[in-house]
Structure formats: C-alpha cells, structure tokens
Design a protein around this ligand. Structure first.
Ligand code: AFP
Length: 331
C-alpha cells in the first residue's frame, strides 16, 4: 500500500483547483513541519528542564509556560521565509507579528494558539496547536472579518500519537505522525462527525456562574433515559483540541459558556485562533458551532483577542443547547 503523506495529499488536492498558485499548499505543509518540531520539544521538555513557567504573562493575563513561548517562536520562524505570510497573530502575542520581508508579497495571514491546554503541560496531559489561514487584508482591518473568511483551518493534537487534522473547505482530513519516517500519513479522509454522541465536555466547576438555561441543559444530559442515550458521560480534558478531537470521531458536545465567575462576560475562548478554526472544521464534518444564539462562523471579529461563548459538536447536541438557551427545553 503506497504511503499517502501530508505533502502528497495536499499536492494532489491542489490539482483539483486549476487556479491554485501552490502557496496555500506550501503553507499547510509548513504547519506539518512546525507540528513535528513542537511534538519533539514536548516529548523532551522534561529531560531538557523546559517544563514550568516562563515567569511572563500573556495578553490574556495568563501565566505563560516555557513551552507556550517556545512553540510560539517555532511557529513564527516556520513562516519567516518564502514570502507566503504577511501577518501572524497568536494567543501568546498582544499584537500581530508582521513579516517585514513579505509585507507586500505575503498573500496570507495566519492565526494560531501555539499550545492549547497549557494547564496540561506540566502534567503530561493532552495538548494541541490550533491554526487558521485567511487571505491577507491590508491596514488596520488586517484580521477583522467573519469566520467564513477562513480558507483553511486545523489543529495538531499531541497525545499518545501526534495527529494533524485540517480542512480547506473540501472536507476534514486526519493524518498520523509516523515517527519512524518523520511523516504525517493519511489515516482518515473526509471525516464525518456523528450526528449524536454520548459524552459532554464542560468545566462544571463554573456552575455557580452559569445561566439557568446552561444548568438545565447540563442537568438534562445527566438524567437517566436510555431511549435518548442519557445519562451522558463527562469527558473534559482541559484541552479544547483534545475534547474536540474526541467529538469529531465519537460525537458529543463541548461547551464553554459565558459565566459571571471570571469577569469574562463573553466566555473564555478566543474567536480568531480557537473558536472559529474549530467551528470551520466542525461544520465541514457535519457538526455545528454556536454561541448558543449565533453561528460562530457568522460572528464579525472586532478585536484580535475577542472572546465568545462556545458550544461545538454534534448537530443534535448543539441544536439542543440552543433550544435550552431559547427557553424551549428538550423536544
Ligand atoms: P489555554 O489554551 O490557555 O491553556 O486554555 C485552554 C482552554 O482554552 C481550552 O483548551 C480548555 O478547554 C479551556 O481553556 C480550559 O479552561 P478551564 O481551565 O477554565 O476549564
């Protein structure tokens, strides 16, 4: 059986687009390269004393881990040649990074969360890198727009295996890193998310800050009713990428609603490099992503680190969450 590497799959997909310049293909291959480097750093961090705090704080007011900073540098360097990218924005940087050598030439802007699930770093838990690609826009609006403006999105999941999942609007494809040859190999093409699941991912520790609707939805999932597959099981890893990957393959729902606990009336998750990239993938795989009221991809982004409530996953559970938010409860 011939190996379908990430590069081969991307180049073959490009052939379906006669107008393609090949630049997006190169760009996607670079995320594969960056993913391999970050996977290596994560694997040896404990040996190299690279775990722990960097003793710096990011724009979100969160403590940065050494690996947050290292992964951010790896991603910035990976796109600093070839003139593909003019702007990079990251969870770890207050302002976008402008590639001076390709300010004029770079057709693309990239957005990423270098290490999603940082609280898992020092405990060897599941981690991920989330990325999103948009066409470059000039001037102050360089990164404003809606989620539909994304031309590609994906993530790299660092677990027992390292996997890369991406979409360019033609389905969701999954690759697994074969460390023996250092290549991502195609393991699932055109992945479809099950329409209904058995698990839910939410930080119930924030219950006291939730609205009655979110509490009612959570209670509903936990009631016993075999007919509707309830009670659901809690599956919350502390990493959105880890939880989303399970939902992509097994169905279910992840939600991080707005709450009154953290002074973040718009919830915790950031639109440009967390919610909208995963919403792009979810919809490409037949799932759904919303704030509970509005489709995540329809949201007009006004600020680089803008947050929004997020409910994402199987069509059945996300639609049900929206019913509870509208006060209609379960059908
Ligand atoms: P970081 O990417 O800042 O580590 O945050 C992780 C995350 O954005 C998402 O991956 C998790 O699901 C969620 O936040 C965890 O937040 P809580 O610790 O409040 O549950």
């Amino acid at each position: 059986m011939s190996l379908i590497t990430l590069d081969r799959f991307i180049l073959q997909s490009e052939q379906a687009h006669p107008a393609a310049t090949g630049e997006l293909s190169q760009l996607l291959m670079r995320f594969g390269l960056a993913g391999k480097q970050i996977a290596r750093e994560l694997a040896v961090a404990g040996l190299k004393r690279e775990l722990g705090s960097a003793h710096t704080t990011n724009v979100q007011g969160e403590e940065q881990k050494k690996l947050d900073v290292l992964a951010n540098e790896i991603l910035l360097e990976t796109f600093d040649y070839g003139g593909l990218v003019s702007l990079a924005a990251s969870e770890e940087m207050e302002e976008p990074f402008l590639y001076t050598r390709s300010t004029e030439t770079g057709s693309y802007a990239i957005f990423f969360d270098p290490v999603d699930g940082s609280s898992n770093i020092d405990v060897n838990g599941t981690l991920g890198t989330i990325f999103s690609v948009r066409r470059r826009k000039d001037g102050p609006d360089a990164f404003l727009g809606v989620g539909h403006d994304q031309i590609s999105a994906g993530y790299i999941l660092f677990g027992p295996a390292t996997v890369l999942v991406y979409s360019c609007g033609d389905g969701v494809h999954l690759f697994t890193l074969d460390p023996s040859i250092g290549e991502f190999l195609l393991t699932r093409e055109t992945v479809r998310m099950p329409a209904r699941g058995r698990g839910f991912a939410v930080n119930e520790g924030r219950w006291s800050g939730w609205t009655p609707a979110v509490r009612a939805f959570t209670e509903y999932l936990k009631e016993k009713d075999p007919e509707t597959g309830r009670p659901y099981s809690t599956r919350y890893s502390g990493s959105l990428v880890g939880d989303f990957h399970r939902i992509l393959l097994e169905g279910g729902v992840y939600y991080y609603p707005a709450d009154t606990l953290s002074g973040k009336p718009q919830g915790k998750l950031r639109l440009l490099y967390e919610s909208q990239p995963l919403a792009f993938l979810a919809e490409q795989a037949g799932g759904r992503a919303s704030t509970g009221k509005e489709r995540i991809l329809d949201i007009q982004v006004e600020a680089l680190h803008q947050r929004s409530p997020l409910v994402i996953g199987s069509m059945s559970e996300v639609t049900l969450f929206e019913r509870f938010v509208r006060g209609e409860g379960a059908p």
